[in-house]
Design a protein around this ligand. Structure first.
Ligand SMILES: Cc1ncc(COP(=O)(O)O)c(C=O)c1O
Length: 396
């Protein structure tokens, strides 16, 4: 049978990260390639206790169909938390529950974009979002990401060049893959430009609660007086990634369309896990739990930076994140990134090539992404030493 795929999906390639995951079945490989939260960050015992109580006392609610917008007590708890922590949510906003943050990104694009419409993105950006936009037929156009975010002047230029831009997709805090945080000044400037051009900002903030150094920066959604910002996040990096519970806070009119689209996709997010999230948030020490994750990642990030400082030649540059899960390394011109990543795998160290995060899938990249949340301390020490030796060899 000759399968003829839809135009939307024909051009999509499997995520390079998923492909690298396949090679990770070899237990001798040290992986810095994942984007997973640390296995130490799951409150398994407490979630088990709550789960047992749900099955003992509320089994019907947990096992029955539920409403598309989400489990009402969880929606309220999330909206309260967003307001308390990030100053998010105005009269015109509604908060709904999605199946992971990923679904919120996809639903936003599905609600707003026609095939051929442009989504402006930081370059590099999160591959899951880029693929979701492409699957809807949108065109992803990259704006270079600098140390403190994209340049507002370049955003303005791109909006003039692409008048059919529907959204600006940003991960302003502890960006994936680059670990960069957009400055408050740039956030304000970007908001103002989007407002002037009547373009929606999709603010993706799954790492926002994982700051372990530096000062908080206001979310773009907290500036949203005009109803132009859609805010997406999830429990994946603060409670459990496998539960697949995320949320969106956005203007109600837009949310209504997203809910119709969600009905077609999965009817509603897994109700048992929504109940678990709600009970954990309201009955246990959520803030204390997240503080523990921050401490863990502060130590892991510092260890990886110390090892990089010790082993990497000075020609290799890397970001120094203040939160999140990733460090972004950039090689000098004389070391081809693809060769470096291939030779690293031969030495049993896996990293993600920067090309996986490019808006333009054909463009080269001198960079690769390192994750510090999942590997053991021993693997961080050994793996970074191997990468350092490889970089020195390739420098000659
Ligand atoms: C920037 C960004 N947005 C969204 C997601 C998706 O999160 P979830 O696992 O909740 O779908 C991720 C996951 O790694 C991410 O890095």
């Amino acid at each position: 049978m000759e399968y003829v795929f839809s135009d939307n999906l024909a051009s999509l390639k499997p995520s390079a990260i998923r492909e690298i995951f396949k090679s990770l079945s070899d237990p001798s490989i040290i992986s810095f390639a994942a984007g997973n939260p640390s296995p130490l960050s799951f409150p398994s015992k407490e979630l088990g206790e709550i789960s047992a109580d749900i099955f003992a006392n509320h089994a019907t609610a947990a096992l029955q169909y539920s409403i598309t917008e989400g489990y009402p007590p969880l929606r309220t708890a999330v909206a309260d938390r967003l307001s308390r922590i990030f100053g998010i949510g105005r009269d015109f906003d509604t908060t709904i529950i999605t199946s992971g943050g990923q679904q919120g990104l996809e639903l936003t694009c599905r609600a707003l974009c026609n095939p051929g419409d442009v989504v402006l993105c930081e370059n590099p950006s999160f591959i899951g979002a880029l693929n979701a936009f492409r699957a809807v037929g949108a065109k992803t156009v990259g704006i270079p990401l600098h140390e403190d975010g994209i340049d507002p002047a370049e955003l303005e230029k791109a909006l003039q060049e692409y008048p059919n831009t529907k959204m600006i997709y940003l991960i302003p805090t502890f960006q994936n893959p680059a670990g960069i945080t957009t400055s408050a000044e740039k956030r304000r400037a970007i908001y103002e430009i989007a407002r002037r051009h009547s373009v929606i900002i999709l603010e993706d903030n799954p790492y926002g609660e994982l700051r372990f150094a530096g000062e908080d920066v206001p979310t773009i959604k907290s500036m949203d007086e005009d109803g132009i910002v859609v805010y997406c996040s999830s429990f994946s990096k603060i409670l459990s990634a496998g539960m697949r519970v995320g949320f969106v806070c956005a203007p109600d009119k837009l949310v209504q369309k997203m809910v119709v689209a969600k009905q077609c996709e999965d009817v509603h997010t897994n109700i048992l896990f929504q109940m678990l999230c709600h009970r954990y948030m309201t009955e246990r020490d959520m803030d204390g739990h997240i503080a523990g994750i921050r401490t863990l990642y502060r130590e892991k990030c510092q260890l990886m930076l110390d090892c990089l400082d010790q082993h990497m030649p000075k020609e290799i540059h890397y970001t120094r994140p203040e939160g999140g899960l990733f460090i972004w390394c950039t090689l000098p011109d004389c070391i081809p990134m693809n060769d470096f990543v291939k030779r690293a795998i031969e030495r049993k160290v896996a990293v993600v090539p920067g090309t996986a995060f490019n808006c333009d899938t054909e463009a080269p990249s001198p960079s690769f992404r390192l994750n510090y949340s999942t590997p053991s301390d021993e693997d961080i020490r050994r793996g970074i030493q191997i990468l350092g030796e490889l970089a020195k060899e390739m420098l000659g």
